[in-house]
Design a protein around this ligand. Structure first.
Ligand SMILES: O=C(O)CCC(=O)C(=O)O
Ligand SMILES: [Fe+2]
Length: 281
């Protein structure tokens, strides 16, 4: 399964052709003829045409569109670049998927090794200030990798993009969190609160978050599940597995309230990939 990325070059080519007087239908046919999938060609055109009116720099995926694997054939296993991933659970509302073996043991260990020396107490956007500050709801340590910063980061990001049919450039840098015994992440939403004063500035860089992939980099001895309180679901933190959920609007009706339950024994490492509506830079 190949993913076709709508790059800035593709968008500017489309924009130039439109200026020349070609119709969107003609461009779509030309893109189809040179191997582009119909839906990707459609999305590229939409991005350019809506971008000309709404946001000249940042491409925004059609509203309501979210990352999603292709399970149309009832697949229980998805192979990406020779790496097999199992589909262990699929829930429609909220949209939650659990993947087995998204990362190999060695890949988990390498991400932990690269993150370990760069950890600091996690910050979330607090309600009181238009910035980030240490929040007691989240008692883990964390760091961000820059997108594509190392071979392992690039490999994982490419795999995620292909699995979820969402361009690499729409993703934030990978975040790694480390929870010690007793540490937790209390239930929260990952989208940016539309009522929050800091949100408009955040949305300028790629729009809303529309999906979250939490990858487990080790297996805590006890505790540390990812929980979805609205639907009483707990996903076990098992090394190499991952939980994915998407939200097509920044609203509690998505039922994507979730948290990291307290680690009871041992420690917990996760890598989180947040996916935006458009190009994150
Ligand atoms: O640690 C977990 O299980 C959840 C992490 C999480 O919610 C996040 O990184 O946004
Ligand atoms: Fe979260």
């Amino acid at each position: 399964m190949a993913v076709q990325m709508i790059t800035a070059e593709v968008r500017s080519w489309i924009a130039a052709q439109l200026q020349e007087g070609y119709t969107p239908e003609q461009l779509k046919a030309a893109m189809r003829a040179s191997g582009w999938a119909a839906d990707v060609a459609e999305q590229a055109l939409l991005e350019v045409t809506s971008g000309q009116v709404l946001a000249p720099v940042v491409a925004i995926a059609p509203s309501g569109s979210v990352p999603e694997p292709d399970l149309s054939g009832g697949q229980t296993r998805i192979e990406i670049d020779g790496h097999g991933i199992e589909v262990l659970l699929s829930m429609a509302q909220p949209r939650v998927l659990v993947f087995g073996g998204l990362l190999s043991e060695a890949e988990c260990d390498e991400l932990v090794a690269q993150a370990r020396s760069r950890l600091s107490r996690s910050e979330t956007v607090a309600d009181s200030a238009a910035g980030s500050e240490v929040n007691t709801a989240r008692t883990s340590d964390g760091m961000f990798f820059a997108r594509g910063e190392s071979e392992i980061v690039r490999r994982v990001e490419t795999r995620i993009a292909k699995l979820l049919n969402w361009p690499v450039i729409y993703g934030e840098g990978l975040q790694v969190l480390h929870y010690r015994p007793g540490a937790e992440y209390q239930p929260h939403y990952d989208y940016f609160d539309p009522e929050h004063s800091a949100t408009p500035a955040i949305l300028e860089r790629g729009g809303q978050r529309v999906g979250t992939l939490v990858m487990y980099l080790n297996t805590p001895q006890a505790g540390g599940a990812t929980t979805f309180p609205d639907v009483h679901l707990a996903v076990s933190a098992l090394k190499g597995n991952a939980v994915f959920f998407s939200y097509d609007s920044p609203h509690p009706r998505t039922q994507t309230l979730h948290g990291g339950a307290p680690v009871r024994e041992g420690e917990k490492w996760v890598a989180t990939k947040w996916l935006r509506q458009g190009e994150f830079n």
